[in-house]
Design a protein around this ligand. Structure first.
Ligand SMILES: Cc1cc2nc3c(=O)[nH]c(=O)nc-3n(C[C@H](O)[C@H](O)[C@H](O)COP(=O)(O)OP(=O)(O)OC[C@H]3O[C@@H](n4cnc5c(N)ncnc54)[C@H](O)[C@@H]3O)c2cc1C
Length: 508
């Protein structure tokens, strides 16, 4: 028999949304919360807390590192980094901080997420505790400034100072980041929500390096979760009130599936006893894929930066589209990890532009290949498989637009030559082939426990984030996104966390 512990709430995953929820719930000293977190603490870890060291975490000991399945129209070598540390991916990412656009929230509402429209969601942004500020002047690299000026010149888009100030459809500028510019320290979910209270709240219990592997279900009620600690002890952590699943877009559906909650036929085929037939679990796998175009520069780039990717561009090609339909990150480094696999070389000095698909139409699927909970799930993003090839065409347009910007001063003066795809690659088909094969992810998986109307059979959670057909359990993380926001998703996840707290308290 496992040892049993009981708390009012059990939060599974002390990541981006989980940190918000655990912090807010324990503001009431009479409420006890256990956080089950697979990774260690981030307190005192400069390798985690220093924002600019983010690339050092990719593929390391704090990364679950999920592979993708074969992608016939994309890049089959993409690895999906997912952070194994307190704060989750907000302890690992670049902390580019975009409030989702009003059109993004309204799209959720139209998809059946009643109450999640732009107007009610605005209040949750105001509650966020993260230090969201524009990239500091000292971190604004000369080549990134010249990228912004060249993009304005070439495309006639406005310069944007503060992308979160008002909704936009187009613009070039430096991002807002959740960081402390004076030290380059992260203002992750854990730093902003948990660090200030860790030693002051006896009602907040962190179970670190502890893995949740199966929910405890009694009929349709979730009573708790089975976990294994770092030392191999098996515990049952019970929730008097509710279990809140915040393990992220890969691990939330994974845990549900291993608990017998998912498409019955798939579970039966693997010999997992079906507890609750819920066909949407793992469906609707979304991401923001992007490709890359790289230039060699005449010499080294100045050193100063916050993340090495501090500025970007949004374009709206289709005037009827509710928001931007093409985005770029500008990297102050030659980002050739994927092109090198296609035979390209990394120049000693260089910069990159990365055309990104804000509203991808391809939809993928996450599924198990084994009943063994330690086997990683399969992630089939089905990149670039949408019927009209909207996604592939967006990248081709992006490369052409990137070249226009590169030809324009003041950026043009920095650039010696286009390294990849290379100036001889001009036709639509060739550009598309390169762009899809060299594509990478910006690590935004979402949507695998999609929220929808209570009578939507393929929805996993209802608009109150309750798992359809179960009691005592909600999901609150990137997996509940019904659709991808046009912008980077972390702030949206933090806002899901804040709203989840209202729902748990019965106040929304
Ligand atoms: C490298 C990288 C760069 C990114 N850059 C940006 C960016 O600049 N801007 C932006 O908006 N978004 C960015 N993102 C995406 C963004 O960080 C995520 O969308 C968001 O943080 C996801 O939050 P979450 O709460 O859904 O999951 P997470 O933050 O991943 O939290 C899940 C937590 O659950 C824990 N966990 C999982 N399974 C279990 C289990 N079974 N038992 C116990 N614990 C478990 C994990 O350890 C983790 O702490 C980036 C992501 C990455 C990886």
């Amino acid at each position: 028999m496992p040892h049993v512990h009981e708390y009012d709430y059990v939060v599974i995953g002390g990541g981006t949304a989980g940190s918000v929820i655990a912090s807010r719930l324990t503001e009431d000293p009479d409420v006890t919360v256990a956080v089950i977190e697979g990774g260690p603490s981030d307190v005192g870890r400069d390798d985690v807390l220093t924002l600019r060291r983010w690339t050092g975490l990719l593929g390391g000991e704090l990364d679950y590192d999920y592979p993708t399945t074969e992608q016939p129209r994309g890049n089959s070598h993409i690895r999906h980094s997912r952070a194994r540390v307190l704060g989750g991916c907000s302890s690992h990412n670049t902390l580019i901080a975009f409030k989702p656009l009003p059109s993004d929230w309204d799209e959720w509402e139209e998809a059946g997420a009643r109450g999640w429209g732009a107007v009610p969601m605005e209040a949750y942004y105001a509650r966020l505790l993260n230090n969201i500020v524009p990239v500091d002047e000292k971190d604004r690299n000369a080549v990134a400034r010249d990228f912004v000026d060249a993009a304005r010149q070439a495309l006639g888009v406005p310069r944007v100072e503060g992308f979160n100030r008002r909704p936009f459809t187009e613009g070039a500028g430096f991002f807002d980041l959740a960081y402390h510019p004076e030290t380059n320290k992260r203002s992750s979910a854990s730093v902003a929500y948990l660090h200030p209270v860790l030693d002051r709240r006896p009602n907040l219990h962190l179970l670190l390096e502890t893995w949740a592997y199966r929910l405890e279900l009694a009929g349709s009620r979730a009573e708790g979760v089975h976990v294994r600690t770092k030392d191999g002890a098996e515990l049952l952590i019970r929730a008097r009130n509710e279990v809140v699943l915040c393990a992220g877009a890969v691990d939330s559906p994974r845990l549900l599936l291993h608990s017998g909650t998912g498409p019955a036929r798939d579970l039966e085929a693997l010999g997992i006893p079906v507890a609750h037939d819920l066909p949407g679990v793992g469906e609707n796998l979304l991401d923001h894929p992007e490709s890359v175009i790289v230039w060699e520069t005449h010499g080294p780039i100045p050193e100063n930066s916050a993340t090495d990717s501090d500025a970007g561009l949004f374009v709206r090609r289709d005037p009827g589209h509710p928001g931007p339909d093409l985005m770029f990150h500008f990297y102050q480094v030659p980002f050739t990890d994927n092109p090198e696999r296609l035979g390209y070389e990394r120049p000693a000095h260089g910069v990159s532009m990365t055309p990104n698909i804000p509203k991808p139409r391809s939809r993928g699927r996450l599924y198990l290949t084994s009943a063994d909970p330690s086997v990683k799930p399969a992630l089939d993003f089905r990149y670039f498989t949408d019927e009209d090839d909207h996604d592939g065409r967006t990248l081709v347009d992006g490369i052409r637009i990137a070249r226009e910007i590169a030809r324009t001063e003041p950026l043009a003066g920095w650039l010696k030559r286009e390294v990849c795809p290379g100036p001889e690659i001009l036709g639509d088909a060739e550009l598309s082939e390169y762009a899809r094969r060299a594509a990478h992810t910006v690590y935004h998986p979402a949507g695998t426990c999609r929220m929808g109307a209570a009578d939507d059979e393929l929805a996993v959670v209802d608009p109150e984030l309750r798992i359809r057909g179960l009691d005592g359990i909600r999901v609150a993380d990137a997996s509940v996104f019904p659709a991808m926001p046009a912008v980077n998703p972390m702030v949206g996840v933090l806002m899901v966390g804040e709203r989840a707290v209202d729902l748990l308290k019965g106040g929304a």
